[in-house]
Design a protein around this ligand. Structure first.
Ligand code: UDX
Length: 433
């Protein structure tokens, strides 16, 4: 069937390509002409394993189209996705400007029944607000439409796999006509997952609940790790043994510097704010973001335990992206660690990440004591201590004697990727979570 998608960023591009992969004909729209021009030259603005191949294959099969015209976005199909961004506002609420703008356009352009499917992470009640905005903008008040909620559960660097192999597909819609259309969209997935038509507007909250639970699980294991570290116990062993209980399972139990990227902090804050609108105070998840923030202070304190005065010292950071295999530095812990080291008058911070150097260089272009190394060994040259923040594979299996390059021989491994005994036997000071 024909499907339209608004916005060519992570969720929009992955949805566009993967729906074509399962034989739909899909149009994606973006008002940013540059993005569309790049797509026409096969320049995909994001890195997601498998995405480029899928786009090329389906473009050749004429399943994929793109345009900058909002009119074309509406005319092309009856089933119309909105995959716009909902960043966090300073007050913790979700910024719905783009969602509202799409609803206005949808209302202005439709002249027959169509459904607007919201894929973005939006607070509960957004469904109602979206329908109101559309109604207000209809050219003809008799034109019928429906707003559908269909939240995404995509992880960066796994987004294509997650879309094509969903644990579940969650949909909220009102009418049988909308339900039939959504069943057609996701028919190719019927045999491999549960398609859940929620009978209340819980689809929107399911996404927040999922992300807030994952974030809370992480902050939980990080709290246990912080405590275990005081007692000298091994958090990897603790995590392994509790993870054997299938009710806990061993996923999301790697203690570390905490979560980055805006999804978790943003969704936890938005859920807390939504709770306030219902007069409910979320006590547990309120602590989730607080614990996450504390992880960064703990790392700096671990460094200060060994080097109490960082003035004139040179510190190396390996790993800048919020997780391995991505160049995404949004809300990455490394950014706060750089700022904290700067506040402690470190004379030079030497940085290396396989993909993210340029993004961090751009972000801190006014800081003059940052050095960006071409490789991890160069980043150690002349430094006093090393902090590991992102567990890239290339950092894992190294010859620990490279740490000889560090003047003060201090290694702060906040992803627990190295062998503590071997490093300590070489005479280095090793701090771990
Ligand atoms: C997350 C959710 O997993 C996904 O379902 C949602 O749609 C978007 O947000 P993403 O943020 O891309 O996906 O990455 P994820 O792999 O979940 O990692 C999130 C953060 O948690 C990263 O900073 C990662 O380093 C951290 N993490 C993850 C840990 O610190 N330990 C773990 O065991 C797992």
């Amino acid at each position: 069937m024909k499907i339209s998608i608004f916005w060519t960023w992570y969720v929009g591009l992955v949805t566009w390509a993967c729906l074509a992969e399962v034989w739909h004909e899909v149009m994606c729209i973006d008002i940013d002409e540059r993005k569309i021009e790049n797509l026409k030259q096969w320049i995909i603005p994001i890195y997601e394993p498998g995405l480029e191949e899928i786009v090329l294959r389906n473009y050749k099969n004429w399943n994929l189209h793109f345009s900058t015209s909002k009119t074309e976005w509406i005319k092309f199909a009856k089933v119309i996705f909105s995959a716009v961004w909902t960043p966090e506002l300073p007050n913790g609420k979700a910024d719905l400007r783009f969602v509202e703008s799409v609803a206005e356009t949808f209302g202005q352009e439709i002249d027959e029944f169509k459904i607007l499917i919201n894929k973005s992470t939006v607070p509960v009640w957004t469904w109602d607000k979206t329908a109101e905005i559309i109604k207000k903008n209809l050219k003809d008040s008799k034109t019928t439409f429906e707003v559908v909620s269909n939240p995404e559960f995509l992880r960066e660097w796994n987004a294509v796999w997650d879309f094509l192999n969903p644990d579940r597909i969650v949909i909220w819609c009102e009418s049988d006509e909308a339900k039939k259309l959504m069943e057609q969209v996701y028919k190719p997935f019927e045999s491999k997952t549960r398609i859940l038509f929620t009978d209340i507007k819980s689809a929107e909250i399911i996404k927040y609940a999922a992300n807030s639970f994952l974030a809370t699980k992480l902050s939980f294991i990080n709290e246990i790790a912080n405590f275990a570290s005081l007692a000298g116990w091994d958090i990897k062993e603790i995590a392994e043994w509790i993870g054997l209980d299938p009710r806990i399972n061993n996923k999301f139990l790697n203690a570390g510097i905490g979560y980055g990227w805006s999804c978790f902090p943003k969704d936890v804050s938005a859920l807390i704010e939504t709770g306030k609108e219902f007069g409910y105070e979320f006590k547990i998840i309120k602590a989730t973001n607080e614990v996450n923030e504390k992880q960064k202070i703990i790392v700096i304190n671990k460094l200060l335990e060994e080097i109490p005065r960082l003035v004139w010292k040179k510190i190396t950071i390996w790993g800048l992206a919020f997780k391995p295999n991505t160049d995404d530095i949004r809300d990455a812990p490394s950014l706060d660690i750089i700022r904290k080291l700067e506040d402690l008058w470190v004379s030079e911070i030497k940085l290396y990440d396989p993909l993210s150097n340029e993004h961090v260089k751009e972000k801190f272009k006014y800081m003059n004591n940052l050095t960006f190394a071409k490789n991890k060994i160069e980043a150690l040259e002349g430094s006093d201590a090393l902090i590991l923040l992102t567990e890239w594979d290339e950092f894992k299996n190294i010859d620990y004697t490279v740490f000889e390059k560090l003047n003060d021989k201090v290694i702060v491994d906040w992803r627990n990727i190295w062998n503590k005994k071997e490093i300590q036997n070489l005479g280095f000071t090793y701090k771990w979570i």
